[in-house]
Design a protein around this ligand. Sequence first.
Ligand code: GRF
Length: 197
Amino acid sequence: MKIVVYVSGNGSNLQAIIDSIKNGVIKGEIALVVSNKANAYGLERAAQNNIPTMVKTLKSYKDQGKSRVEYDVDLAKEVLQKLGREPDLQVLAGFMHILSADFLNHFKNPIINLHPALPGAFDGAHAIERAFEAYTKGEIQYTGVMVHRVIPEVDRGAVVLQEQIPIQEQDTLESLETKIHAVEHQLLVKAIVKLIQ
Ligand code: GRF
């Protein structure tokens, strides 16, 4: 079971996957970690665990006058080349780049994304901040986390798993973020187990 994980930053969700493979909960291996940021700490986590990494920045394409589509196509091709076959599962774990159909069309196996909000609630970036702001305005009482299949429309693919998280009076943006990340680490692992079973 070959898994490819995509990150852009800290990689705490990547770490949750690494830990769950080590303790036998996820029966598979991370064949490659891809980052679109050269300084993502997730790359360090991969290296510490002897996992191959690939850095590919959109900026390097833009600097050469190349398009996002060219980036997406090359990324798909390089992943396929590096593995020698299609990965069984690809996981976007804090990958801050919207993958177009030009990437997705290269694969038939599942590609999933982790999003720190409930389906249809706060699509796109800064979902936790936007949920907290909505709470302070009295518009919502809870938010959540979802793992969904990736389709060209951002944060809108079929939901694999979701979990509600109540926002409480004593919550601050920081405490809500901490709660959400803790749920993410568990939900993402559960979703991977569900998909590879
Ligand atoms: C997570 O909150 C994820 O849902 C969001 O980016 C964050 C990534 O965290 N899209 P990490 O890099 O896994 O620590």
